[in-house]
Design a protein. Sequence first.
Length: 576
Amino acid sequence: MINQKDLEEILMQNKIIDQKQLKKYSETTRKSPGTLEDLLVEEKIIAPALLYELAAKFYKIPFINLKNKTIRKDVLFLIPEITARSHQTVAFDKTNDELSIATLDISNIELFDFLSKKTQLKIKLHITSPEDIKEVLKIYHKGLSAEIKELGEEEKENGQEGKPEELKNLAQDLPIVRVVDTLLEYAILEKASDIHIEPSEKEIGVRYRIDGVLRKVMTLPKSTHAGVVARIKILASLKLDEHRLPQDGRFKIKTKEYKVSFRVSIIPTFDGEKVVLRLLPDETQQLTLEQLGFNPESLKIVRRNIEKPHGMILVTGPTGSGKTTTLYTILGELNKPEVNISTIEDPIEYKMKGINQSQIQPKIGFTFATGLRAFLRQDPNIIMVGEIRDTETADIAINAAMTGHLVLSTLHTNDAVTAIPRFIDMKIPTFLIASTINLIIAQRLIRKICKNCIVSYNLDKAAMAQLGQHFDLKKLEKYLVEHGHIAKTQSVESILFYHGKGCNQCDNSGYKGRIGIYETLEVTEPMAELILKRASRDELEKLAMEQGMMTLAQDGFIKAKNGLTTIEEILRVTQE
């Protein structure tokens, strides 16, 4: 977990290997998925304990041997097990104003800041060996596993299954409270968007969705299921004794470091109740359109259209593709004291100052359509409709856009062009579509390469052949040359691409964080004429390409070339 540049210096300073050997080992690691550190340990060039002792001297940070150290449980559990395991960092001592922690990765500043804020203590950093960390992690396992096992046996003896009073007591047991708190806290720290708690016949699987991909983080004994679900139900104010019907709720965790709302969904499955929690940070940082990942050409088109006083802007894409974030970012740019902005959403995901936000309640007849009608009597300048799902909502939204309002909304289509036939299918007259829609944005979210372990490479013949099955490479090369992304003399084969090798900071995935890829379709006069003629989707797409629209795949390819993401990630997201 020592970065390569520092590792090379440590090896040379301590004369572990010479320049020739270093070059040889560096070449080997370039062609393999492992790191230089892994290779040196594997080849028995240096023992891990000695390597980390030398690293401690190099960084001028004390080295700590944890093998024979007695660690108090209250100190150890200041860092939850899954956080300690994932970040290879443990707490081993504590005074009134200082917390001593041992780690393999001193670059994890974000974690150390988090621990300092959480404990209100100054962090005293130590380096230790991988073997020592492994031994300390076993103490965690023994402690929590023993408590959970004991709890499970108690539950079987007492037959605590469905009585509300029994479940309430079970949910307040210290191990259950600690398990649930650990799951929630670690999810916040890892910036997970969802937590899935899934019962099977013999165990409970816990998975987090991080950067759009589900990862398994923990397995719990089946005996803890009733307690964990009861604890979450109590937090979300749900019925403890209801096991046959789906339930939805919400709760909030507020500390000095963060405020996070959890949206809870519980459904009955064959092996018990499955729980999904969606994490919604209360105070999200207001992003700019540049930070979302719009390229300069698309950015000009978006800014030109959001400044128009009326008309419609649509954002399309599948669920979880970041459509709402894009709309909130646009609203953030339009949010000025001289305009009245109203939104109708399902649900309200983030609160925004200076904006009137309403949540639909279909059970009492407050739908997108009825909310939109009411908004029009509230003197709005800008209206955001969470989603256009039916003809009635589409009709009112189009008419609002035609009568002097700027309307922002989302639609479920795979690309920008398909939004037009979708509106025609909803029985909206073509003259209204042509005259009111200003801009359609299609988008996806792609994972970014982890900056800590990024490496470059050229595509080999096998990779080029695979790429050729998904992309028209000649057409792509032409587009890249025309728009100044590569020189005329360059080909796709000669472009340098990037990927992450995997490290502690990205949980060995090679990715950390996400960014958007976009295609922006502006409804120009020639496009409006084609819509009036009820042109086919292919004809509309042909004109859009002639007018210079960048497709999702092209935008993704440029981001891969610029080292933001990988070719594999673009194929995963655009070829679904």
